[in-house]
Design a protein around this ligand. Structure first.
Ligand code: SAM
Length: 153
């Protein structure tokens, strides 16, 4: 996936030169289907209690990995914010008088643009999981699915 042009920087933001190579590889295991075509249309955070319904589409090689998912109430979804620039270390999401460090934000703009949401699982139908609680554009690559933590003793 390539970007035509990175998002422009805002006042007080800071970027770095990115390393020449990568330390690990990632397989996208599917994609997320949502009602939102553009980033500006997405909610800032998904709503696991009210939706709207979004669909997680899992690719064929990984379908056996869904065994046991049906019946879970909540899942953690990890996804790849593929439109994000990755070089910002200080950001100014609200056009304030100063910027904030990337690791103090849940911004999608980060060195490894992995997003995480806890979602309510409504149903599983073949390769599709229907959930409430996502906040990404239609077609966003899926990285992983995990059950939400149980209550620890
Ligand atoms: C603030 S992030 C939060 C993501 C996730 N819930 C988290 O906390 O890690 C959500 C925003 O990312 C942006 N976004 C959505 N899909 C994206 C994509 N595929 N690439 C880059 N940015 C995206 C939208 O502006 C959306 O409102």
């Amino acid at each position: 996936m390539t970007l035509t042009a990175p998002d422009p920087m805002r006042p007080h933001e800071e970027c770095v030169h990115l390393p020449g190579g990568f330390d690990a590889g990632v397989w996208f295991i599917g994609r997320i289907r949502t009602p939102w075509a553009r980033r500006e249309d997405c909610p800032k955070r998904g709503d696991p209690e009210n939706g709207p319904e979004c669909h997680i589409e899992v690719d064929a090689p990984w379908l056996s990995a869904l065994a046991g998912v049906e019946g879970k109430d909540r899942m953690q979804v990890l996804y790849w914010m593929h439109l994000s620039r990755r070089d910002l270390v200080r950001q100014n999401p609200c056009f304030d008088a100063q910027s904030v460090g990337t690791f103090a934000l849940r911004s999608p703009l980060r060195p490894n643009p992995i997003a995480s949401s806890f979602v309510r699982l409504l149903r599983v139908e073949g390769k599709f999981l229907t959930v409430w609680g996502l906040d990404c554009i239609d077609g966003t690559p899926l990285v992983d699915l995990k059950p939400e933590f149980g209550v620890l003793p």
